[in-house]
Design a binder for this molecule. Structure first.
Ligand code: MF3
Ligand code: CO
Length: 251
């Protein structure tokens, strides 16, 4: 395993691509309402990404057909946008996209409520997001990877939620997926030591029920086995000596 340490110049480029991705989410969030198809969300999202001179990196990645993954309700991740999938009041929808700017990748995911959603769904979305913030407290030079994983797992599980074990976060840079893998469930081994200049995509994928999932025959969609709701929250994060710098926030 080799984990890349970004130079000062590379960190600047990661900051630039991350900042753009934050803006993309700020814009696309306004489109999430009952009646829109997941296909249209993807199309609008792709246009926004291109409007910043960026490349939508998911499109064509291992044959993936769209710029965004759009996963509804019991779909956890990698939902393929479709004209037939129309959002309705009470749904929750997870968007996940990767863009590059001057060759440097930014990866982030958000889960949105559509119209009025249940208290349970709202709680799931909030806890998933907060678990990311619990995890990144340890995205700091000298910490070890398991501290991130364990903090994410413990926070979600304290609410009775499940965390996926089949999919992980990852390093990111000029490649979408770099070492290390970043599990969201409890680790027996402490994993690698973290150093300033590592850039990590940390992404809890959380279920309101059991953590087990099915991988569908379309080759992409991941859904909960018990059909409980699922949420996803992800940012690209720079490890520093002082702590995490989140690169992909909306502002
Ligand atoms: N963005 C996803 C991740 O968080 C990767 C999606 S796979 C793709 O790592 F094919 F859709 F790009
Ligand atoms: Co990712």
């Amino acid at each position: 395993m080799s984990v890349s340490i970004k130079s000062a110049r590379e960190i600047e480029l990661m900051r630039e691509s991350g900042k753009i991705l934050g803006k993309v989410y700020k814009e696309i969030a306004n489109e999430i309402k009952p009646g829109i198809s997941t296909y249209t969300i993807d199309k609008i999202g792709e246009e926004i990404i291109r409007s910043y001179g960026c490349i939508p990196e998911e499109k064509g990645y291992e044959g993936y057909p769209a710029a965004f993954c759009v996963s509804v309700n019991d779909q956890v991740v990698h939902g393929i946008p479709s004209k037939d999938k129309i959002l309705k009041d009470g749904d929750i929808v997870s968007l996940d996209t990767v863009l590059s700017y001057k060759g440097y990748m930014a990866d982030a995911a958000r889960t949105y409520g559509v119209g009025e959603i249940s208290k349970e769904a709202q709680k799931l979305i909030e806890v998933t997001k907060q678990s990311f913030f619990e995890g990144i407290k340890f995205a700091k030079e000298g910490c070890h990877l398991h501290e991130i994983s364990n903090a994410i797992a413990d926070y979600n599980e304290s609410f009775g939620f499940g965390v996926l074990r089949d999919l992980c976060g990852h390093g990111i840079g000029t490649n979408m997926h770099e070492d290390p893998q970043i599990p969201n469930f409890r680790q027996e081994h402490r994993g690698i030591r973290l150093y300033e200049g590592m850039t990590l995509a940390i992404e809890p994928m959380v279920t309101a029920g059991d953590w087990r999932v099915n991988f569908l025959d379309d080759g992409w969609t991941v859904e909960t086995r018990d059909h409980s709701l699922s949420a996803h929250y992800e940012n690209t994060v720079l490890v520093t000596k002082e702590g995490p710098e989140i690169l992909t926030l909306e502002n």
